[in-house]
Design a protein around this ligand. Structure first.
Ligand SMILES: Nc1ncnc2c1ncn2[C@@H]1O[C@H](COP(=O)(O)OP(=O)(O)OP(=O)(O)O)[C@@H](O)[C@H]1O
Ligand SMILES: [Mg+2]
Length: 238
């Protein structure tokens, strides 16, 4: 299977704290890699290192489709095929939903009508179409998460990173999001999924890595992780 995304030895320090410690991960097209760990384990920092928000001054490399993207600016990494959402959604609050979706494809050579058509189809898929002309700030927190997911998918990135998509989201919307994430993986994208919702992680993931204090303490299929003593200890204590 082609490896879509890979990190080798990725490391990030904040002063004396090693937030991400020599992390090696890989995910192939169509695969969902679940990333779990207690608060402060380093999950978001790992994503920030992968997407170029943090410079890799502390070591390690990121590869997209086998090509090194380490140290590139976030917009360059996005162009190389990595889309992401944020733990706290970052929508363009004073722009309409349609305009939010058009931002990442502004440089595409396609005619406006085609891009708007795609944006509308995406909003339809996310059940936000009736609000397409509203400002993003008028959306609920859960709807903003859907909008951010829609915006991320607009350029059709082969790699998708989701940071806590279910946090603070009602179970009905959670179920809807799970289905959208499943579709995304079935469409052949590599998905990196951070969540504290272990039920959803176990349902969606082909493989899981567990982080603790920046380090991978366990890695494997859902069944390997579920009963793993190191994971249980990290979550519950001894
Ligand atoms: N910008 C920063 N400056 C200093 N320390 C930071 C910074 N960002 C994160 N940290 C520290 O790095 C560690 C990892 O944080 P991170 O946000 O990656 O954890 P997380 O696994 O995403 O946690 P959560 O589940 O709460 O979102 C924590 O100890 C945190 O305090
Ligand atoms: Mg986090």
């Amino acid at each position: 299977m082609t490896v879509a995304i890979e990190t080798r030895g990725l490391t990030k320090r904040f002063g004396g704290l090693v937030a991400v410690d020599k992390v090696d991960l890989r995910a192939a097209a169509g695969e969902t890699l679940g990333i779990i760990g207690v608060n402060g384990a380093g999950k978001t920092t790992l994503m920030n290192c992968i997407c170029g928000l943090y410079r890799p001054d502390d070591g390690g490399d990121v590869f997209v489709g086998g090509e090194r993207v380490t140290g590139q600016a976030p917009h360059v990494v996005a162009h190389r095929g990595i889309g992401r959402t944020f733990q706290v959604p970052r929508v363009f609050r004073r722009m309409s939903l349609i305009d939010n979706l058009l931002v990442p494809v502004l440089d595409r050579k396609a005619p406006d009508a085609e891009l708007i058509g795609r944006a509308e189809a995406m909003l339809e898929r996310m059940q936000l179409i009736d609000l397409r002309h509203n400002h993003a700030e008028e959306l609920s927190g859960g709807q903003q998460k859907l909008l951010e997911m829609a915006r991320m998918l607009m350029p059709d990135p082969p790699i998708v990173m989701l940071d806590e998509p279910f946090a603070g989201v009602h179970p009905v919307l959670c179920k809807f999001m799970i289905e959208r994430i499943e579709e995304t993986a079935h469409a052949g994208k590599a998905v990196l999924l951070i969540s504290h919702d272990l039920t959803s992680i176990y349902r969606l993931s082909t493989r899981v890595i567990a982080l603790n204090q920046g380090r991978i303490i366990a890695e494997g299929g859902v069944d390997d992780i579920r009963g793993n003593p190191a994971v249980i200890e990290a979550y519950l204590g001894t």
